[in-house]
Design a protein around this ligand. Structure first.
Ligand code: FAD
Length: 472
């Protein structure tokens, strides 16, 4: 018999439970990708994600070449409620496939679509099997003693931590891929930009082997200093696996197993716990999204609904997006994001704090910009990150802890190497001026760098006042 393996964001051949199960139960598999952005509603992949997706699909196709096959590609009919279902039915009709296998996603629109597709196919007499490929545990598997979802990270992590060592990654199965009569070239999906804003993306290698190379680099170097290095944006102190994890090119169990294997015979093996804990935040984000599907749109903490945002300020928002706020660490981050599709976590917190607290613009505006520009844009992590900084989220930073971007910059980018890399106007700024160039008017004028769009101290006070008012 033949089975369809419906690839989505599980773009790998190893540790892919749907693929393994299909290959075990059927002689032939049809590896199928259906392009259906409409079915993701307002959270269809943004421009940077589409770039990544294109290259990741090309890599998967190449990987299938080792099995003398290739990725079969189709486009779902636009605006059909379940265009993917039509494609799957067509493929079943053409090939007589007896079953459809896929790995789960947890985004609300996709969950709904998948439920409809599953029911319709089962009604047609086609077997449907779904699996968890991208998390250590499905979001509903972890619950408090009272059988409630977690709202606080630390107890969630304590619970999850007891389960993760058990999950062994699966080997790449032997495949006998079957081709369809008609499959589209990946280029036809129109995922690549027409303007060449992606020049700075060349440092990435999307796809399964790119993910493993990235992990190898991290294991060889940064993982040993992760606890200190992870907060320093000038260094490659983090794994940069986020886009690879988002597209399912590598799984958390694979990451954990490979790091452990890498250090198994070394006396001075680094402590992997702080890094595993960070992967735990990713699971927590998915846990929240599953149990509270409104999280990408609505304040998690309903009390925060009373908070009065400032009037929408198109000018300030534009300057923030362009990296021209006049606050160096923020501008460095926003320019890094635009140039590479990624931004360091510490700096994500600082740019988000400036937008939501000093500028008092709604966190949704920042969330949307990140959605379009990040190669790792992820509904669960992005919503959690924005709500955490805004102070409206589950287990969020207390509102009154407003980041001071100057002291943060002095602490985490002490010699200004990160700022100098991304803000060439400040390349030669002497000493402290790289963090606060407005302190020397003559220098600021000569540098061509803008004045700050806000008075950090005054806007901090205003934000605190607005928060006090919202509570009374
Ligand atoms: P590492 O430090 O190497 O961590 C390893 C992995 O753990 C990451 O790849 C990621 O999958 C996960 N992880 C690490 N930190 C977090 C975190 N705080 N929350 C959730 N998962 C985490 N992450 C995304 O993947 N997609 C997003 O769209 C996203 N948007 C964010 C928006 C804001 C405002 C903030 C503050 C954070 C956001 N994050 C997002 C979380 C975090 O910044 C990135 O996951 C991290 O910077 C990715 O770099 P890395 O792979 O080198 O991380």
């Amino acid at each position: 018999t033949t089975a369809i393996v419906w690839f989505r964001r599980d773009l790998r051949l190893a540790d892919n439970p749907a693929l393994v199960a299909a290959a075990e139960a059927h002689e032939k598999v049809i590896p199928l990708y259906i392009h259906a952005p409409d079915e993701e509603g307002e959270w269809a992949p943004g421009a940077a994600s589409r770039w990544w997706l294109h290259h990741s699909l090309v890599a998967l196709d190449k990987g299938l070449g080792r099995h003398r096959g290739g990725l079969q590609v189709a486009i779902a009919r636009e605006r059909a409620p379940t265009g993917s279902l039509e494609v799957l039915r067509q493929v079943v009709g053409e090939t007589g496939a007896a079953a459809v296998y896929f790995n789960l996603l947890y985004d609300p629109a996709i969950r709904k679509r998948d439920a409809a597709v599953r029911k319709a196919l089962e009604d047609d007499g086609v077997d449907v099997a779904s699996f968890n490929a991208n998390l250590w545990c499905d979001p509903w598997e972890i619950a408090t003693k009272e059988d409630e979802p977690y709202r606080v990270f630390t107890p969630f992590w304590r619970n999850l931590r007891t389960r993760i060592d058990e999950r062994e990654p699966l080997a790449e199965p032997k495949l006998h891929p079957q081709a369809l009569k008609k499959s589209l070239p990946i280029d036809k999906l129109g995922l690549l930009p027409t303007l060449d804003w992606d020049k700075g993306f060349h440092e990435w290698t999307p796809g399964e082997s790119g993910a493993h190379d990235m992990l190898g680099l991290f294991a060889d170097d940064a993982v040993g200093h992760y606890s200190e290095g992870r907060d320093l944006p000038a260094r490659h102190g983090t794994s940069r696996l986020s886009p690879h994890l988002h597209f399912g090119e590598i799984s958390p169990p694979q990451v954990a197993q490979q790091l452990r294997a890498h250090f198994a015979r070394r006396k001075n093996a680094p402590d992997l716990e702080p890094y595993l804990r960070q992967l735990g935040w990713r699971e927590f984000g998915h846990h929240l999204l599953w149990h509270f599907p409104d999280t990408p749109k609505k304040n998690f903490n309903k009390k925060f609904d009373a908070f009065k945002w400032a009037k929408r300020d198109a000018h300030a928002l534009r300057r923030w997006k362009q990296g021209k706020t006049g606050i160096p660490i923020v501008d460095a981050g926003m320019r890094e994001l635009w140039a590479t599709g990624w931004m360091h976590n510490r700096v994500r917190m600082l740019v988000a704090s400036l937008l939501t607290k000093n500028l008092r613009q709604h966190w949704l505006l920042g969330e949307k910009w990140f959605w379009d520009t990040l190669v790792d844009a992820d509904l669960a992590n992005n919503a959690m990150g924005w709500q955490w900084v805004a102070g409206s989220g589950a287990d969020a930073a207390p509102y009154f802890r407003i980041f001071n971007p100057v002291t943060q910059s002095e602490k985490f980018d002490p010699d200004g190497a990160y700022i100098r890399r991304w803000v060439p106007e400040l390349r030669d700024a002497p000493g402290r001026l790289v963090h606060a160039p407005w302190e020397d008017e003559a220098f600021l004028k000569k540098s061509g760098y803008p004045k700050p769009i806000v008075d950090l101290k005054a806007t901090r006070e205003e934000a605190l006042l607005a928060y006090q008012k919202s509570k009374s």
